[in-house]
Design a protein around this ligand. Structure first.
Ligand code: GCB
Length: 651
C-alpha cells in the first residue's frame, strides 16, 4: 500500500503499454568459448526507489545522466536478488513504481579497443518493466520479468578513451490488465478512510510480486561476425538418432559453418557443415528422464564453428550447445517419451526463498535439485513463469522433465482477453520458445495458469495463442492449466494434454477428506468423456503448518496434508491405468504471497518448508514416487544421496 499522486497511473500507462517488441534474432545463453568471454556483474549495485509522488522524479531529473550518488542518497543492493526483503524498510518491501539500479564496470582494454569485438550487456531478468542506459545513453527496454534481454553496447564502449562504463537500470514493478501477469492499480479515494493519493496493486495470483534484478547481469563478447542462434530438433529411427540443426549468423554474409557432435567422452560421433543439416548418430544414447533408465539425461555436445574473413584475416566464433536426443508424443491417453509411456510424478515449484525473494541463488538451486532427486520426482512445472536458464540446464543434466509455463497467471479480467493482452502474450511465448527450445528436458509448453477460460473471449484467445505456440515449435505439445468446469471451458478444445487443478476438501467441503474420492473420480471422468485427451492432475494440496499435529486429522496439520494426498492417490492409482498421465503436488516448498486472512506468512502448501526442511508429507510422497518409478521405469532402490552421479558441468 503506497501513497502517490493521482497522476501515477497516467504516467506509467504509456510506458507499460506502448512496448510491443519485435523479436530481434537469437538469444543464446552466454557461454564462454575460445572466441567468447563473459564478465559477471553480480554483487553490490547502487540503488534508489523513486519515492516521489508520481514516481517520475528519476526521469525528470535524468538520474541516468550522471552517477546515481550525485542525485541523492543510495542503498547497497545485491544482484541478483529481489529488493523487497533485504532491507529493514517496510516501505521498500511494498514499494510500487520505479526503482533505480546502477553499477560502474571496468572493462578489459581489448573489449574497448578492438573494433572486431562485440560487447553485449545481458540481463537475465528484471521484474517487470526495465529501461537500460550505458553511460547515460538509452540502450534497451524490456517488458516482462522472467525472460532475458540484451543490448549490443560495442559502439558505446569503443567510442572513446573510456575503460569503464556506468550501467543504469530503471525497473517498474507495476502490473496492468495487459501485463503478464496482469494486475490493477486501485485508488482509494474515500478521504474519510484513506490518506490522499492512496492506492493498492491488486493481483489475481497467489505469490508475492517480488521485483528487481532477479537473475545474473552479464557482459559478454563475441566477434562482430557471430553465431546468433541455433535450433535443434531430434528424432529417432530405430537405433539411429536424427539431429537436425539450423544456425543463423549475424555480422557477415560470407561464412563457413562446421558442426561436430561429441559424445559424453568428448569423442566426435558425427560432423556436418552449412547453416542447416541433419546429423545421423549411430547407436544413439537417448536422453531419458530421471529414473526411467539406468543412464538418464545423456547429453551430446554440438560444437559449432563459424569462420569468416574480417579485415583480410580469418575470424572464428565457437559455441557449444548441449543436445539431448529424444522424442515426445501424445496419444489420446498417453504421454510418450522415446515412445515409452511417461508418467509425471513431480511437483510445482516457485522461485522463492527467504531474503533474496526471487533472486537466483546457486546453493538454493542445488539444494532443490537434491531434494527433487531424493523425493524421486521426475518432473516439475515452472509454475507460474519461466525459471532461470540455469534451472533448465540442470533439468537437462539430471533428467528432470519440465512443463515450461509462461507468466500467463491470473488472466481473469475481461480486459485481459483483448488484443493488446493477446499481442503481448504471443510475444512472451516467442521469447520463451526462443530461449528454451533446445532443452531436451522441456517436453510441453504451458501458456497459462487458471485463466477465466469459461469467458466468451477465451475461445479465440487460447485458439490463437496455442496455434501460434505450435507454429513456433511444432515438436512439443501445448497446454494451459485449467480450474474451469469441463462443460464450459473454452480453451481446452485446443490443448494436447488437459492439466486440471483441484482442491477438494480444501477450498470446498473443507475438512471432509471423505469427499475427495467421489469428486476426483467425477472430475477425471467428465474431462475424459468430453475430450479423450490425456489428463494431468496439475495441482492438489493442503495448507500445512509444520509441527501442527492433529489425529484424527484437522486442517493445517501435517496429518491432514498426508490424509488429503492419500485420498487423491487412491483415485490417481486407478486412473493412471486409463488416461491420467501425471500428478504434480502443490507445492514443492512454502512460498511468500500477499498478506491475507487465508495466508499465514505465505502459502504453506509446501511438502518442504520455505527453508527446504521436510514436512511429514514429503516422506509419504517419497515412498510413492520411488514406487511409481519402479513400476514405470528401470528398477531402482531408494538411494543414499551421495550415490547421485555427477558429471562436470560447463557453461
Ligand atoms: C491454485 C493456483 C496457485 C495457488 C494455489 C493455492 O490453484 O494455481 O497459484 O497458490 O491454487 O494454494 O491456492
Amino acid at each position: 500500500m503506497r501513497l502517490a499522486s493521482l497522476e501515477l497511473w497516467a504516467a506509467l500507462a504509456p510506458l507499460l503499454c506502448g512496448c510491443a517488441l519485435a523479436l530481434p534474432g537469437g538469444l543464446l545463453y552466454p557461454r564462454e568459448s575460445p572466441s567468447r568471454e563473459r564478465k559477471d556483474l553480480g554483487g553490490l549495485w547502487s540503488f534508489r526507489a523513486d519515492l516521489s509522488n508520481g514516481r517520475r522524479r528519476g526521469f525528470e531529473e535524468q538520474w541516468y545522466r550522471r552517477p546515481l550518488r550525485e542525485s541523492g542518497p543510495t542503498l547497497d543492493m545485491p544482484v541478483p536478488s529481489s529488493f523487497n526483503d533485504v532491507s529493514q524498510d517496510g516501505q521498500l518491501r511494498h514499494f510500487i513504481g520505479w526503482v533505480w539500479y546502477e553499477r560502474e564496470v571496468t572493462l578489459p582494454q581489448r573489449w574497448t579497443q578492438d573494433p572486431s569485438t562485440r560487447v553485449v550487456l545481458r540481463i537475465g531478468s528484471a521484474h517487470y518493466y526495465a529501461i537500460v542506459w550505458v553511460n547515460g545513453v538509452h540502450v534497451a527496454e524490456h517488458e516482462g520479468g522472467h525472460l532475458p534481454f540484451e543490448a549490443d553496447i560495442s559502439k558505446l564502449v569503443q567510442s572513446g578513451p573510456l575503460d569503464s562504463c556506468r550501467i543504469t537500470i530503471a525497473i517498474n514493478n507495476t502490473l496492468t490488465p495487459h501485463t503478464l501477469p496482469p494486475g490493477t492499480i486501485r485508488y482509494q479515494n474515500d478521504a474519510s478512510k484513506y490518506p490522499k493519493g492512496y492506492f493498492v496493486q491488486d493481483i489475481n495470483f497467489d505469490f508475492f510480486n517480488y521485483a528487481g534484478l532477479h537473475r545474473p547481469v552479464l557482459l559478454y563478447t563475441t566477434p562482430t561476425a557471430y553465431i546468433d542462434d541455433i535450433t535443434i530438433n531430434t528424432d529417432v529411427d530405430r537405433d539411429t538418432g536424427l539431429v537436425s540443426y539450423q544456425i543463423s549468423v549475424q555480422g557477415s554474409e560470407h561464412f563457413e559453418l562446421e558442426v561436430r557432435l561429441m559424445d559424453e567422452d568428448g569423442k566426435v560421433v558425427v560432423q556436418g557443415s552449412g547453416a542447416q543439416g541433419l546429423l545421423l548418430v549411430p547407436a544413439a544414447h537417448l536422453w531419458w528422464p530421471y529414473l526411467m533408465h539406468e543412464h538418464p539425461a545423456y547429453l551430446y555436445s554440438l560444437e559449432v564453428r563459424m569462420t569468416t574473413q574480417a579485415a583480410g584475416r580469418p575470424v572464428s566464433d565457437f559455441y557449444v550447445l548441449p543436445v539431448g536426443i529424444r522424442t515426445v508424443q501424445v496419444t489420446h491417453n498417453q504421454f510418450l517419451i522415446n515412445e515409452q509411456p511417461f508418467y509425471f510424478h513431480g511437483v510445482n515449484k516457485h522461485e522463492d526463498s527467504d531474503i533474496r525473494g526471487k533472486g537466483f541463488d546457486w546453493p538454493l538451486l542445488v539444494k532443490d535439485f537434491n531434494l527433487l532427486r531424493w523425493l524421486g520426482a521426475n518432473s516439475f512445472r515452472t509454475s507460474h513463469y519461466p525459471y532461470a536458464e540455469e534451472v533448465m540446464q540442470l533439468c537437462d543434466r539430471y533428467g528432470i522433465v519440465v512443463i515450461d509455463e509462461c507468466p500467463g497467471v491470473g488472466i481473469v479480467l475481461s480486459q485481459s482477453f483483448g488484443n493488446e493482452s493477446l499481442q503481448h502474450h504471443l510475444e512472451v511465448m516467442e521469447e520463451l520458445v526462443r530461449r528454451d527450445k533446445n532443452h531436451p528436458a522441456v517436453v510441453m509448453w504451458s501458456v497459462a495458469n487458471e485463466p477465466a477460460s469459461n469467458l466468451e473471449p477465451a475461445g479465440y484467445y487460447f485458439k490463437t495463442l496455442i496455434t501460434h505456440t505450435k507454429a513456433l515449435d511444432p515438436s512439443r505439445p501445448v497446454t494451459f492449466v485449467t480450474n474451469s468446469n469441463y462443460a464450459t471451458d473454452r480453451g481446452v478444445p485446443y490443448v494436447d494434454v488437459i492439466c486440471v487443478n483441484s482442491y477438494f476438501s480444501w477450498y470446498h467441503d473443507f475438512g471432509h477428506l471423505e469427499v475427495i474420492q467421489p469428486q476426483l473420480q467425477t472430475q477425471f471422468e467428465s474431462w475424459y468423456k468430453t475430450y479423450q485427451k490425456p489428463i494431468i492432475q496439475s495441482e492438489y494440496g493442503a495448507e500445512t503448518i509444520p509441527g501442527f499435529h492433529e489425529d484424527p486429522p484437522l486442517m493445517f496439520s501435517e496429518e491432514y496434508q498426508k490424509g488429503l494426498l492419500q485420498q487423491y492417490h487412491l483415485v490417481l492409482d486407478q486412473k493412471r491405468k486409463e488416461y491420467v498421465v501425471g500428478e504434480l503436488i502443490w507445492n514443492f516448498a512454502d512460498f511468500m504471497t500477499n498478506q491475507s486472512p487465508t495466508r499465514a506468512i505465505g502459502n504453506r502448501k509446501g511438502i518442504f518448508t520455505r527453508q527446504r526442511q521436510p514436512k511429514s508429507a514429503a516422506f509419504l510422497l517419497r515412498d510413492r514416487y520411488w514406487k511409481l518409478a519402479n513400476e514405470t521405469g528401470s528398477h531402482h532402490s531408494v538411494p543414499e544421496l551421495q550415490s547421485f552421479g555427477t558429471r562436470p558441468f560447463t557453461f
